[in-house]
Ligand binder design. Structure first.
Ligand code: ATP
Ligand code: MG
Length: 458
């Protein structure tokens, strides 16, 4: 085996930088050298550096031609402690997920460590954290959902990222988000103590306090990224390193609705939950986080067509059930529920079901019926399914659509997420509906009793 040529770290960097300078002068990539026949490649022999992709606290990333496999890769060169670098590369290297940048190789070269990984040609999310270059909301949410899925997979495999930030989320040519730099932060922990490490803006309070870090720390950091993608400003940004740390630990970020008016309230709530100072109050898993973001997306679909939403708000507000609700309450409610269409003659709720949602009829008529008998009809503006939801009782009859219907489906757990005032309004409207139904059925009973001679008519 040929002895490996050894470089000192500084020589290595000089070499790379001088090549880049030459490359810039001639403006065409240097001619690729023939790959040696032997498999005993040195870094130099195998990788041909083309250009610098970026510089981070933990190293410098280059676009590199792998002469052995004949493909472009991204290579991170770092002077970090080799043992830690390798340990982290090994844990991240085991991960294989469509939204995680694959690691190909990690080794040392003299006093240098390097890591070669899948090259992602698109930009990192840092580009879209600027007020003038914000992504459409729906797109931003979909990216975060994909990253939630990647993180959920990593967490299940016992890997916590610890350095979620916009520059560690890259978009490939098909716009698929890819998460990179797993666990690299650990390598820079030592530099953090000396204040050299970049920004603590995305680190969780427990991470900054040097407490035990769990997967919920990644959820906090991802919440910071989402906040920035939505507002174009950092959730926590002080004048200096220490004031930023103070803000992360003790202060709430500026409310999103005061920065942007077109944000649905549900999204503000989701971000707030992800950014809770106490890990127990955050989403407990990335899947929970992704699930709620998924709920916010249908709302964003309609937010493009402002008039349509306004029309829906007005319509809902005029329905008897919602007459006491304010416009903003209706808006908040609509952002968290599903609007569904049901064709005529369909069973919406079946006898024997235990409901987890209740419905408000926006358009159409439904009937309450058993197999043998129609019991009652319910019209637009009224609700059904609430008894089963609140009381947890088994349904005694079917609810069937008499006409084509448009229904608002509200899960009972969603009500718990709403503000106290809306919850109160809800329960008031429920009790009004129940009283009306009870008085209707008691007058029906008394009519039957009168008819059958049990009670004398006055
Ligand atoms: N696999 C990759 N493919 C393409 N570009 C990449 C890849 N990995 C990183 N980059 C680019 O290189 C830049 C520098 O990355 P690097 O990880 O060194 O720094 P950082 O993420 O900004 O900070 P830190 O070192 O603190 O993680 C990134 O901003 C990104 O745009
Ligand atoms: Mg990085």
């Amino acid at each position: 085996m040929r002895p490996k040529k050894r470089f000192k770290a500084s020589q290595f960097i000089d070499l790379i930088e001088s090549r880049l300078t030459l490359y810039n002068i001639f403006e065409s990539p240097p001619k690729k050298r023939q790959a040696p026949a032997s498999d005993a490649y040195t870094f130099e022999q195998r990788y041909n550096i083309e250009r610098k992709l970026g510089q981070g606290a933990s190293g410098t990333v280059y676009l590199v031609w792998d002469q052995y496999i004949k493909r472009y890769v991204a290579t991170k060169l770092s002077k970090m402690n080799a043992d830690r670098f390798m340990a982290e590369a090994q844990s991240a290297g085991r991960l294989k997920h469509a939204n995680i940048v694959s690691i190909h190789d990690a080794s040392t070269n003299g006093d240098f460590c390097y890591l070669t990984m899948e090259y992602i040609a698109g930009p990192d999310l840092g580009k879209f954290c600027d007020k003038d270059h914000l992504l459409p909301l729906k797109r931003a949410l979909k990216i975060i959902i994909s990253i939630c899925e990647a993180l959920n997979y990593a967490h299940k495999n016992g890997v916590i990222h610890k350095d979620i930030k916009p520059t560690n989320i890259l978009l490939d040519q098909e716009n698929i988000p890819k998460l990179t730099d797993f666990g690299i932060t650990q390598m820079v922990e030592s530099t953090l103590k000396f204040g050299i490490f970049g920004t603590p803006s995305y680190m969780s309070p427990e991470q900054l306090k040097n407490e035990v870090i769990t997967k919920k720390s990644d959820i906090f950091s991802l919440g910071c990224v989402l906040y920035e993608l939505v507002t174009g400003q950092k959730a926590f940004e002080g004048d200096n390193f220490f004031s930023t740390i103070y803000k992360v630990i003790y202060e709430e970020p500026t409310s999103i609705s005061s920065i942007r008016q077109d944000i649905p309230p549900i999204l503000e709530k989701i971000i707030k939950k992800a950014l809770s100072k106490e890990p127990e109050k955050r989403y407990q898993t990335c899947l929970d986080f992704a699930h709620d973001l998924g709920i916010a997306i249908p709302d964003l679909n309609s937010s493009g067509s402002g008039n349509k939403v306004k029309g829906l708000i007005n319509y809902v507000q005029n329905l008897p059930f919602f007459q006491k609700f304010t416009e903003s309450q209706v808006k908040e409610l609509i952002s968290g529920c599903n609007i569904i269409k049901v064709p005529q003659d369909k069973i919406i709720l079946a006898e024997g079901d235990i409901g987890d949602a209740f419905y408000v009829i926006l358009r159409g008529i439904v009937k309450v019926a058993t197999n043998s008998k129609d019991i009652a009809t319910i019209k637009a503006g009224e609700c059904f399914g609430e008894m089963g939801c609140i009381g947890g009782q088994v349904r005694m009859a079917n609810i069937v659509s008499v006409t084509d219907c448009i229904l608002m489906r509200i899960k009972i757990i969603q009500i718990d997420e709403l503000s106290d005032l809306i919850q109160l309004q809800f329960y008031k409207s429920f009790s009004t509906t129940l009283c009306r139904r009870l008085s209707k059925s008691s007058s029906k009973t008394s009519r039957v009793m009168k008819k059958s001679g049990f009670v004398k008519a006055h």
